[in-house]
Design a protein around this ligand. Structure first.
Ligand code: DGL
Length: 293
C-alpha cells in the first residue's frame, strides 16, 4: 500500500526548515508542503490562546491541501497545540518536535543534567521538563527562555555581534551553575536555534553536547509513515515487522519525483534567502499565502 499525498509542516517562520531538511533527507521520495507563518512571527512571546489559534489555522490550511501527516516543526506550537490538533483532526497523524528532542537529549547525557533553551511559551508550558522526565525521571532539567534570539535569526542574522552577545548572555546562566549542577547536554528547544548551532556550540565549549530535535523528529516521522503504510509510491523501506524486498535498512529509493512547496505568510524575499542557504543548490520556490491577522 502507498500514499502519494504530501506531508505537511508548519512553523512560525524559517526555523522549521531545519526539520523539513532532515525529513527530506530521510524520506527522499516524499512530497512536502511547508508553511512558515513569518507574518505573525514570533510565536514564543505570545499567549497560549494566540499560538493555539494560529496553529489551528495553519493545520487546517494543510489539511485543506490534502496532506497525509503533519509535522509541527515548531516547539512553541507543539507545546501549546499538539493535543488539541490531534483531537481536531483525528484521522491525520501529527508529529511534534518536543518528544523526539527530549528523547535525543536523554540519550546524549552522561551526567543526567540537561539544559534546554526555548521560547518563553515553550518554557512556560513545561513541555520539555515533562517530556524529559517521561524518558528518565532521574534526569535534571534546567530550562531557560531565549526568545530574544528568535527575531534575529528569523531576520537572517546568523552571526552579527548583537546575536553573539545575545547567545553569550543566554548561555551565561548555564556556565554559572555550581560544579555539581553543571549540564553536559544542551537541547535546542526551538527550531530556529539549529540555524546558529555552530555559534552556540563554540560559545559553550566542547564539554557540552548540543542536541536538537530536527533529526529525531524526522526519524519519528519516518517511522510513523512506514508503520501506517503511508509511504509514497516506490519509496517503501519496509518496517521492523515487514522488511520489504530490499531490507529494512536499505536506503529509501525515490521512483516517483517528489514535489516540494514552500509557503510563507510574510515577505517572500527574506524567507527565500534563508531557504536558499539551508537547501543549497536545490532551488526551492517560495510562494506567499495569506492568513487572518
Ligand atoms: N521556531 C519556533 C519554536 O520552535 C518558534 C519561535 C518563535 O516564533 O518564537 O519554538
Amino acid at each position: 500500500m502507498s500514499d502519494p499525498r504530501p506531508i505537511g509542516f508548519f512553523d512560525s517562520g524559517v526555523g522549521g526548515l531545519t526539520v523539513l531538511r532532515e525529513a527530506q533527507r530521510r524520506l527522499p521520495g516524499e512530497s512536502t508542503i511547508y508553511i512558515g507563518d513569518s507574518a505573525r512571527h514570533p510565536y514564543g512571546t505570545r499567549s497560549d490562546a494566540e499560538v493555539l489559534d494560529y496553529a489551528i489555522e495553519l493545520a487546517d490550511a494543510l489539511v485543506a491541501r490534502d496532506v497525509k501527516a503533519i509535522v509541527i516543526a515548531c516547539n512553541t506550537a507543539t507545546s501549546v497545540a499538539l493535543a488539541h490538533l490531534r483531537q481536531r483532526h483525528p484521522a491525520i497523524p501529527f508529529i511534534g518536535v518536543v518528544r523526539p528532542g527530549a528523547a535525543a537529549a536523554v540519550l546524549a547525557t552522561r551526567t543526567g543534567r540537561i539544559g534546554v533553551i526555548a521560547t518563553e511559551a515553550t518554557v512556560r508550558s513545561g513541555a520539555y521538563f515533562a517530556a524529559i522526565k517521561d524518558q528518565n525521571p532521574a534526569v535534571q532539567v534546567e530550562a531557560r527562555a531565549a526568545s530574544a534570539l528568535v527575531p534575529l535569526i528569523e531576520a537572517g542574522d546568523l552571526s552579527s555581534p548583537q546575536l553573539v552577545e545575545a547567545v553569550r548572555s543566554t548561555l551565561a546562566t548555564f556556565k554559572g551553575l555550581p560544579a555539581a549542577a553543571k549540564i553536559d547536554t544542551l537541547l535546542l528547544g526551538c527550531t530556529h536555534f539549529p540555524l546558529i548551532r555552530n555559534l552556540i556550540a563554540s560559545e559553550l565549549g566542547e564539554s557540552i553536547a548540543v542536541v536538537d530535535s530536527a533529526a529525531a523528529a524526522a526519524a519519528t516521522l519516518q517511522e510513523v509513515i512506514s508503520v501506517n503504510h503511508l509511504d509514497a509510491p516506490g519509496s517503501t523501506r519496509g518496517t521492523a515487522a515487514d522488511p520489504g524486498a530490499a531490507g529494512h535498512s536499505a536506503p529509501a529509493r525515490a521512483e516517483v519525483l517528489p514535489v516540494h512547496q514552500l509557503f510563507t505568510t510574510g515577505a517572500v524575499a527574506g524567507f527565500s534567502g534563508l531557504a536558499d542557504r539551508l537547501f543549497g543548490d536545490r532551488v526551492m520556490e517560495v510562494e506567499q499565502i495569506s492568513v487572518r491577522r
